[in-house]
Write a protein that binds this ligand. Sequence first.
Ligand code: NAD
Length: 396
Amino acid sequence: MSERPLKVGLVGGGKGAFIVHPHQRAINMDGTRRVAAGALFPDPQVALEEAENWPYPIKGYGSYDEMIQDQAKLPEEERLDYILIVTPNFVHFDPAMKALEAGIPVFCEKPLTVNLEEAEKLVRKVRETKIPFAVAHTYLGHWTSRLSRYIVRSGLLGEIRWVDAYYIQGWLATKLEETGNQQASWRTDPKRAGLSGCGGDIGTHALMQLRYVTGLEVKRVSARLETFVEGRMLDDHFTAYCELSNNGKALVRASQICIGHKNDLGIEVAGTKGALRWRQEDPECLVVHLNGQPDRVYWRGAVAAGDGFLPADMPQELLDEITLPSGHPEAFHDAFARLHRSFEADVRKYKAGQPVVCDGSKYANVEDGWMGIAFIESCVKSSKSDGAWTEVPPLP
Ligand SMILES: NC(=O)c1ccc[n+]([C@@H]2O[C@H](COP(=O)([O-])OP(=O)(O)OC[C@H]3O[C@@H](n4cnc5c(N)ncnc54)[C@H](O)[C@@H]3O)[C@@H](O)[C@H]2O)c1
Protein backbone atom coordinates (compact mmCIF):
# COMPACT_ATOMS: atom_id res chain seq x y z
CA MET A 1 0.00 0.00 0.00
CA SER A 2 1.20 3.52 -0.75
CA GLU A 3 2.18 5.78 2.12
CA ARG A 4 -0.59 8.25 1.37
CA PRO A 5 -2.16 9.69 4.52
CA LEU A 6 -4.82 7.47 6.00
CA LYS A 7 -8.35 8.81 5.63
CA VAL A 8 -10.49 8.95 8.75
CA GLY A 9 -14.29 9.28 8.81
CA LEU A 10 -15.98 10.81 11.85
CA VAL A 11 -19.19 9.58 13.42
CA GLY A 12 -20.36 12.48 15.60
CA GLY A 13 -18.55 15.72 16.29
CA GLY A 14 -20.86 18.51 15.13
CA LYS A 15 -22.46 21.39 17.08
CA GLY A 16 -20.61 21.96 20.35
CA ALA A 17 -19.17 18.46 20.57
CA PHE A 18 -16.18 17.97 22.82
CA ILE A 19 -13.93 14.98 22.32
CA VAL A 20 -13.89 15.04 18.53
CA HIS A 21 -11.58 18.05 18.66
CA PRO A 22 -8.67 16.58 20.65
CA HIS A 23 -9.03 13.52 18.39
CA GLN A 24 -8.98 15.45 15.14
CA ARG A 25 -5.93 17.43 16.23
CA ALA A 26 -4.20 14.17 17.17
CA ILE A 27 -5.20 12.54 13.89
CA ASN A 28 -3.72 15.43 11.93
CA MET A 29 -0.58 15.73 14.09
CA ASP A 30 1.83 13.55 12.08
CA GLY A 31 0.74 14.32 8.51
CA THR A 32 0.21 10.59 7.95
CA ARG A 33 -3.51 10.62 8.78
CA ARG A 34 -6.24 13.12 8.07
CA VAL A 35 -9.93 13.55 8.70
CA ALA A 36 -11.54 13.13 5.29
CA ALA A 37 -15.28 12.67 5.93
CA GLY A 38 -17.89 12.88 8.61
CA ALA A 39 -21.47 12.18 9.63
CA LEU A 40 -21.36 14.79 12.34
CA PHE A 41 -24.87 15.14 13.70
CA PRO A 42 -28.07 13.07 14.06
CA ASP A 43 -30.13 15.48 11.93
CA PRO A 44 -29.02 15.00 8.27
CA GLN A 45 -29.46 18.64 7.29
CA VAL A 46 -27.40 19.87 10.26
CA ALA A 47 -24.85 17.10 9.67
CA LEU A 48 -24.21 18.40 6.15
CA GLU A 49 -24.05 22.04 7.33
CA GLU A 50 -21.59 21.13 10.06
CA ALA A 51 -19.38 19.31 7.53
CA GLU A 52 -19.49 22.42 5.32
CA ASN A 53 -18.34 24.50 8.31
CA TRP A 54 -15.57 22.11 9.34
CA PRO A 55 -12.21 23.97 9.72
CA TYR A 56 -10.86 22.22 6.60
CA PRO A 57 -12.59 20.51 3.66
CA ILE A 58 -14.17 17.13 4.43
CA LYS A 59 -16.88 15.12 2.69
CA GLY A 60 -20.11 15.51 4.61
CA TYR A 61 -22.73 12.81 5.02
CA GLY A 62 -26.28 13.09 6.37
CA SER A 63 -25.87 9.95 8.50
CA TYR A 64 -23.27 7.33 9.43
CA ASP A 65 -25.37 4.70 7.59
CA GLU A 66 -25.00 6.71 4.41
CA MET A 67 -21.27 7.25 5.00
CA ILE A 68 -20.53 3.58 5.62
CA GLN A 69 -22.68 2.36 2.71
CA ASP A 70 -21.15 4.89 0.32
CA GLN A 71 -17.60 4.11 1.42
CA ALA A 72 -18.12 0.36 1.16
CA LYS A 73 -18.84 0.81 -2.57
CA LEU A 74 -15.56 2.62 -3.26
CA PRO A 75 -12.41 0.85 -4.46
CA GLU A 76 -10.11 -0.09 -1.54
CA GLU A 77 -7.58 2.73 -2.23
CA GLU A 78 -10.28 5.42 -2.16
CA ARG A 79 -12.18 4.15 0.86
CA LEU A 80 -11.93 5.54 4.38
CA ASP A 81 -9.13 3.72 6.21
CA TYR A 82 -10.86 3.87 9.57
CA ILE A 83 -13.80 5.48 11.25
CA LEU A 84 -13.69 7.30 14.56
CA ILE A 85 -16.82 7.08 16.70
CA VAL A 86 -17.18 10.10 19.01
CA THR A 87 -20.90 9.94 19.74
CA PRO A 88 -22.56 9.46 23.15
CA ASN A 89 -22.30 5.88 24.46
CA PHE A 90 -25.63 4.64 23.08
CA VAL A 91 -24.46 5.43 19.51
CA HIS A 92 -21.26 3.34 19.65
CA PHE A 93 -22.48 -0.18 18.88
CA ASP A 94 -24.47 0.41 15.72
CA PRO A 95 -21.90 2.39 13.68
CA ALA A 96 -19.08 0.14 14.98
CA MET A 97 -20.87 -3.03 13.86
CA LYS A 98 -21.85 -1.54 10.51
CA ALA A 99 -18.29 -0.40 9.82
CA LEU A 100 -16.95 -3.87 10.67
CA GLU A 101 -19.55 -5.45 8.39
CA ALA A 102 -18.30 -3.12 5.62
CA GLY A 103 -14.67 -4.14 6.34
CA ILE A 104 -13.67 -0.74 7.79
CA PRO A 105 -11.40 -0.56 10.90
CA VAL A 106 -12.90 1.21 13.91
CA PHE A 107 -11.55 3.56 16.56
CA CYS A 108 -14.37 3.85 19.09
CA GLU A 109 -14.81 6.05 22.11
CA LYS A 110 -15.21 4.47 25.53
CA PRO A 111 -17.17 2.94 27.17
CA LEU A 112 -17.42 0.48 24.30
CA THR A 113 -21.20 0.00 24.47
CA VAL A 114 -24.11 0.40 26.88
CA ASN A 115 -24.41 -3.31 27.70
CA LEU A 116 -22.44 -6.55 27.65
CA GLU A 117 -24.57 -8.14 24.95
CA GLU A 118 -23.55 -5.48 22.43
CA ALA A 119 -19.93 -5.61 23.60
CA GLU A 120 -19.84 -9.36 23.09
CA LYS A 121 -21.20 -9.05 19.55
CA LEU A 122 -18.39 -6.64 18.71
CA VAL A 123 -15.76 -8.94 20.24
CA ARG A 124 -17.05 -11.86 18.17
CA LYS A 125 -17.16 -9.78 14.98
CA VAL A 126 -13.61 -8.54 15.45
CA ARG A 127 -12.34 -12.07 16.13
CA GLU A 128 -14.13 -13.34 13.02
CA THR A 129 -12.99 -10.53 10.69
CA LYS A 130 -9.59 -9.69 12.30
CA ILE A 131 -10.28 -6.03 11.53
CA PRO A 132 -8.28 -3.59 13.71
CA PHE A 133 -10.39 -2.09 16.48
CA ALA A 134 -9.32 0.46 19.09
CA VAL A 135 -11.10 1.81 22.15
CA ALA A 136 -10.14 5.37 23.11
CA HIS A 137 -8.64 4.94 26.57
CA THR A 138 -6.63 8.12 26.16
CA TYR A 139 -4.27 7.84 29.10
CA LEU A 140 -2.56 4.67 27.86
CA GLY A 141 -1.07 6.96 25.21
CA HIS A 142 1.14 8.85 27.65
CA TRP A 143 4.70 7.64 27.33
CA THR A 144 4.86 7.42 31.10
CA SER A 145 1.97 4.92 31.01
CA ARG A 146 4.06 2.81 28.62
CA LEU A 147 7.01 3.05 31.04
CA SER A 148 4.80 2.22 34.05
CA ARG A 149 3.58 -0.88 32.22
CA TYR A 150 7.14 -1.93 31.47
CA ILE A 151 8.29 -1.40 35.07
CA VAL A 152 5.40 -3.30 36.66
CA ARG A 153 5.16 -6.11 34.12
CA SER A 154 8.94 -6.70 34.22
CA GLY A 155 8.60 -7.46 37.93
CA LEU A 156 10.80 -4.52 38.99
CA LEU A 157 8.38 -3.73 41.83
CA GLY A 158 8.07 -7.39 42.88
CA GLU A 159 4.71 -9.08 43.35
CA ILE A 160 1.84 -6.57 43.18
CA ARG A 161 -0.09 -6.35 46.43
CA TRP A 162 -2.18 -3.24 46.06
CA VAL A 163 -3.38 -0.84 43.36
CA ASP A 164 -5.25 2.43 43.78
CA ALA A 165 -6.64 3.52 40.41
CA TYR A 166 -8.77 6.65 40.44
CA TYR A 167 -10.41 9.29 38.30
CA ILE A 168 -11.79 12.18 40.33
CA GLN A 169 -13.70 15.17 38.95
CA GLY A 170 -15.90 17.90 40.40
CA TRP A 171 -17.76 19.24 37.36
CA LEU A 172 -21.05 17.45 38.16
CA ALA A 173 -21.22 18.62 41.79
CA THR A 174 -24.36 20.57 40.85
CA LYS A 175 -27.25 19.57 38.60
CA LEU A 176 -25.52 20.77 35.46
CA GLU A 177 -27.78 18.60 33.32
CA GLU A 178 -30.65 21.02 34.05
CA THR A 179 -28.75 23.99 32.62
CA GLY A 180 -28.70 22.66 29.05
CA ASN A 181 -25.06 21.52 29.25
CA GLN A 182 -24.77 19.10 26.33
CA GLN A 183 -22.11 16.83 27.81
CA ALA A 184 -23.83 16.62 31.22
CA SER A 185 -27.28 15.94 29.81
CA TRP A 186 -26.55 12.64 28.06
CA ARG A 187 -24.00 11.48 30.67
CA THR A 188 -26.67 11.55 33.40
CA ASP A 189 -29.33 9.83 31.28
CA PRO A 190 -29.35 6.01 31.58
CA LYS A 191 -30.85 5.64 28.09
CA ARG A 192 -27.87 7.40 26.51
CA ALA A 193 -25.03 6.72 28.99
CA GLY A 194 -25.75 3.15 30.13
CA LEU A 195 -26.20 1.50 33.52
CA SER A 196 -23.66 3.66 35.35
CA GLY A 197 -22.94 7.37 35.00
CA CYS A 198 -19.69 8.13 36.79
CA GLY A 199 -18.45 4.51 36.72
CA GLY A 200 -19.08 4.07 33.01
CA ASP A 201 -17.78 7.49 32.04
CA ILE A 202 -14.54 7.66 34.02
CA GLY A 203 -14.37 4.56 36.27
CA THR A 204 -13.68 2.59 33.08
CA HIS A 205 -10.60 4.76 32.44
CA ALA A 206 -9.31 4.01 35.96
CA LEU A 207 -9.93 0.28 35.46
CA MET A 208 -8.16 0.35 32.09
CA GLN A 209 -5.15 2.11 33.61
CA LEU A 210 -4.94 -0.63 36.25
CA ARG A 211 -5.22 -3.44 33.70
CA TYR A 212 -2.83 -1.83 31.21
CA VAL A 213 -0.08 -1.11 33.71
CA THR A 214 -0.27 -4.28 35.80
CA GLY A 215 -1.60 -6.94 33.40
CA LEU A 216 -3.85 -8.09 36.25
CA GLU A 217 -7.57 -8.75 35.92
CA VAL A 218 -10.29 -7.85 38.39
CA LYS A 219 -11.89 -11.11 39.51
CA ARG A 220 -14.44 -9.95 42.08
CA VAL A 221 -15.84 -6.61 43.18
CA SER A 222 -17.62 -5.17 46.17
CA ALA A 223 -18.96 -1.89 44.86
CA ARG A 224 -21.01 1.16 45.77
CA LEU A 225 -22.57 3.40 43.17
CA GLU A 226 -23.81 6.54 44.88
CA THR A 227 -25.75 9.58 43.74
CA PHE A 228 -25.08 12.70 45.76
CA VAL A 229 -26.86 15.24 43.58
CA GLU A 230 -30.55 14.99 44.37
CA GLY A 231 -32.78 13.79 41.55
CA ARG A 232 -29.89 12.68 39.32
CA MET A 233 -30.72 9.42 37.54
CA LEU A 234 -27.24 7.82 37.62
CA ASP A 235 -24.33 7.51 40.04
CA ASP A 236 -22.00 10.47 40.43
CA HIS A 237 -19.66 8.70 42.86
CA PHE A 238 -18.30 5.20 42.28
CA THR A 239 -16.17 2.96 44.49
CA ALA A 240 -15.16 -0.63 43.76
CA TYR A 241 -13.02 -2.69 46.10
CA CYS A 242 -11.49 -5.38 43.92
CA GLU A 243 -9.81 -8.76 44.16
CA LEU A 244 -7.15 -9.15 41.50
CA SER A 245 -6.12 -12.20 39.52
CA ASN A 246 -2.88 -12.55 41.55
CA ASN A 247 -4.87 -12.32 44.83
CA GLY A 248 -3.74 -8.72 45.29
CA LYS A 249 -6.32 -6.05 46.09
CA ALA A 250 -7.29 -2.80 44.42
CA LEU A 251 -9.54 0.18 44.71
CA VAL A 252 -11.01 1.47 41.47
CA ARG A 253 -12.74 4.72 42.27
CA ALA A 254 -14.26 7.62 40.41
CA SER A 255 -16.19 10.71 41.34
CA GLN A 256 -17.78 13.68 39.64
CA ILE A 257 -18.76 15.59 42.78
CA CYS A 258 -15.35 16.33 44.34
CA ILE A 259 -15.16 20.08 43.78
CA GLY A 260 -11.65 21.20 42.84
CA HIS A 261 -10.68 17.97 41.11
CA LYS A 262 -10.59 18.40 37.35
CA ASN A 263 -9.35 15.35 35.48
CA ASP A 264 -7.53 13.75 38.36
CA LEU A 265 -6.81 10.32 36.96
CA GLY A 266 -3.96 8.48 38.60
CA ILE A 267 -2.55 5.17 39.67
CA GLU A 268 -0.48 3.90 42.57
CA VAL A 269 0.90 0.39 42.40
CA ALA A 270 2.47 -1.16 45.49
CA GLY A 271 4.58 -4.29 45.14
CA THR A 272 6.78 -6.34 47.46
CA LYS A 273 9.94 -4.50 46.29
CA GLY A 274 8.68 -1.02 45.55
CA ALA A 275 5.85 1.24 44.43
CA LEU A 276 4.99 3.53 41.57
CA ARG A 277 2.83 6.67 41.38
CA TRP A 278 1.54 8.54 38.33
CA ARG A 279 -1.05 11.26 37.72
CA GLN A 280 -2.33 12.35 34.34
CA GLU A 281 -2.54 16.01 35.41
CA ASP A 282 1.24 15.84 35.78
CA PRO A 283 1.86 13.29 33.05
CA GLU A 284 5.47 13.84 32.17
CA CYS A 285 6.96 12.10 35.19
CA LEU A 286 6.41 9.03 37.27
CA VAL A 287 7.76 8.37 40.72
CA VAL A 288 9.24 5.08 41.84
CA HIS A 289 9.77 4.30 45.51
CA LEU A 290 12.13 1.50 46.50
CA ASN A 291 12.46 0.31 50.06
CA GLY A 292 15.24 2.16 51.87
CA GLN A 293 16.24 4.26 48.85
CA PRO A 294 15.65 7.87 47.82
CA ASP A 295 12.63 8.33 45.51
CA ARG A 296 13.31 8.15 41.79
CA VAL A 297 11.54 10.51 39.39
CA TYR A 298 11.50 9.40 35.75
CA TRP A 299 10.84 12.12 33.17
CA ARG A 300 9.66 11.28 29.68
CA GLY A 301 12.56 11.74 27.30
CA ALA A 302 15.21 11.59 30.01
CA VAL A 303 15.22 7.90 30.85
CA ALA A 304 18.42 5.89 30.65
CA ALA A 305 18.46 2.12 30.49
CA GLY A 306 20.86 0.44 32.94
CA ASP A 307 20.62 3.19 35.57
CA GLY A 308 20.68 0.82 38.52
CA PHE A 309 16.91 0.29 38.50
CA LEU A 310 15.88 0.14 34.84
CA PRO A 311 17.64 -2.79 33.15
CA ALA A 312 20.21 -2.24 30.43
CA ASP A 313 18.13 -4.32 28.00
CA MET A 314 15.01 -2.12 28.01
CA PRO A 315 13.15 -2.59 24.72
CA GLN A 316 14.40 -0.10 22.14
CA GLU A 317 10.83 0.14 20.81
CA LEU A 318 9.72 1.65 24.11
CA LEU A 319 12.54 4.21 24.16
CA ASP A 320 11.86 5.06 20.50
CA GLU A 321 8.25 6.03 21.17
CA ILE A 322 9.36 9.34 22.66
CA THR A 323 8.48 12.19 20.29
CA LEU A 324 9.76 15.39 21.95
CA PRO A 325 12.91 16.07 23.96
CA SER A 326 12.29 16.11 27.71
CA GLY A 327 11.19 19.44 29.11
CA HIS A 328 9.07 20.30 26.07
CA PRO A 329 5.88 19.07 27.68
CA GLU A 330 3.61 16.50 26.10
CA ALA A 331 0.05 16.09 27.33
CA PHE A 332 -3.51 15.10 26.37
CA HIS A 333 -3.25 15.67 22.60
CA ASP A 334 0.07 13.82 22.43
CA ALA A 335 -1.45 10.87 24.29
CA PHE A 336 -4.28 10.73 21.75
CA ALA A 337 -1.76 11.08 18.90
CA ARG A 338 0.28 8.15 20.25
CA LEU A 339 -2.86 5.98 20.21
CA HIS A 340 -3.80 7.04 16.66
CA ARG A 341 -0.15 6.53 15.54
CA SER A 342 -0.15 2.99 16.91
CA PHE A 343 -3.55 2.28 15.39
CA GLU A 344 -2.37 3.66 12.05
CA ALA A 345 0.50 1.16 12.05
CA ASP A 346 -1.99 -1.70 12.54
CA VAL A 347 -4.40 -0.37 9.91
CA ARG A 348 -1.56 -0.11 7.39
CA LYS A 349 -0.52 -3.71 8.13
CA TYR A 350 -4.12 -4.88 7.81
CA LYS A 351 -4.53 -3.11 4.48
CA ALA A 352 -1.28 -4.64 3.23
CA GLY A 353 -2.62 -8.10 4.10
CA GLN A 354 -0.08 -8.59 6.90
CA PRO A 355 -1.03 -10.16 10.24
CA VAL A 356 -2.07 -7.63 12.87
CA VAL A 357 -1.51 -8.31 16.55
CA CYS A 358 -4.06 -6.03 18.13
CA ASP A 359 -3.04 -7.19 21.62
CA GLY A 360 -3.77 -4.10 23.70
CA SER A 361 -0.10 -3.22 24.23
CA LYS A 362 -0.35 0.09 22.35
CA TYR A 363 -4.02 0.97 22.67
CA ALA A 364 -7.07 -0.62 24.25
CA ASN A 365 -8.65 -3.22 21.98
CA VAL A 366 -12.21 -4.51 21.67
CA GLU A 367 -11.64 -7.09 24.44
CA ASP A 368 -10.45 -4.33 26.77
CA GLY A 369 -13.68 -2.51 25.89
CA TRP A 370 -15.65 -5.65 26.76
CA MET A 371 -13.82 -5.92 30.12
CA GLY A 372 -14.82 -2.35 30.93
CA ILE A 373 -18.50 -3.14 30.43
CA ALA A 374 -18.27 -6.46 32.30
CA PHE A 375 -16.66 -4.64 35.23
CA ILE A 376 -19.36 -1.95 35.28
CA GLU A 377 -22.19 -4.48 35.09
CA SER A 378 -20.66 -6.47 37.97
CA CYS A 379 -20.27 -3.29 40.04
CA VAL A 380 -23.91 -2.32 39.40
CA LYS A 381 -25.01 -5.79 40.49
CA SER A 382 -22.84 -5.70 43.61
CA SER A 383 -24.04 -2.24 44.58
CA LYS A 384 -27.68 -3.32 44.25
CA SER A 385 -26.94 -6.14 46.75
CA ASP A 386 -25.43 -3.76 49.30
CA GLY A 387 -21.86 -4.25 48.11
CA ALA A 388 -21.95 -8.07 48.05
CA TRP A 389 -18.84 -9.66 46.49
CA THR A 390 -19.68 -10.25 42.84
CA GLU A 391 -17.71 -12.13 40.17
CA VAL A 392 -16.56 -10.26 37.07
CA PRO A 393 -17.11 -12.68 34.19
CA PRO A 394 -14.08 -13.79 32.15
CA LEU A 395 -13.82 -12.88 28.47
CA PRO A 396 -16.16 -14.96 26.31
N1 NAD B 1 -11.37 9.23 25.81
C1 NAD B 1 -11.67 10.29 26.52
O1 NAD B 1 -10.80 10.82 27.20
C2 NAD B 1 -13.05 10.87 26.44
C3 NAD B 1 -13.31 12.16 26.90
C4 NAD B 1 -14.62 12.67 26.72
C5 NAD B 1 -15.59 11.89 26.13
N2 NAD B 1 -15.32 10.62 25.75
C6 NAD B 1 -16.35 9.77 25.12
O2 NAD B 1 -16.60 10.29 23.82
C7 NAD B 1 -17.98 10.16 23.48
C8 NAD B 1 -18.53 11.55 23.16
O3 NAD B 1 -18.41 12.38 24.29
P1 NAD B 1 -18.44 13.98 24.14
O4 NAD B 1 -18.23 14.52 25.49
O5 NAD B 1 -17.59 14.43 23.04
O6 NAD B 1 -19.98 14.18 23.74
P2 NAD B 1 -20.61 15.41 22.98
O7 NAD B 1 -22.03 15.48 23.38
O8 NAD B 1 -19.76 16.61 23.19
O9 NAD B 1 -20.49 15.02 21.44
C9 NAD B 1 -21.22 13.95 20.89
C10 NAD B 1 -21.46 14.23 19.42
O10 NAD B 1 -22.12 13.13 18.82
C11 NAD B 1 -23.17 13.64 17.97
N3 NAD B 1 -24.17 12.59 17.72
C12 NAD B 1 -25.06 12.03 18.57
N4 NAD B 1 -25.80 11.08 17.93
C13 NAD B 1 -25.33 11.04 16.65
C14 NAD B 1 -25.68 10.31 15.50
N5 NAD B 1 -26.65 9.39 15.52
N6 NAD B 1 -25.00 10.54 14.35
C15 NAD B 1 -24.01 11.46 14.29
N7 NAD B 1 -23.65 12.21 15.36
C16 NAD B 1 -24.31 12.00 16.50
C17 NAD B 1 -23.66 14.83 18.74
O11 NAD B 1 -24.42 15.66 17.92
C18 NAD B 1 -22.32 15.45 19.14
O12 NAD B 1 -21.77 16.12 18.02
C19 NAD B 1 -18.63 9.50 24.68
O13 NAD B 1 -18.73 8.12 24.46
C20 NAD B 1 -17.67 9.77 25.83
O14 NAD B 1 -17.72 8.77 26.83
C21 NAD B 1 -14.07 10.11 25.90
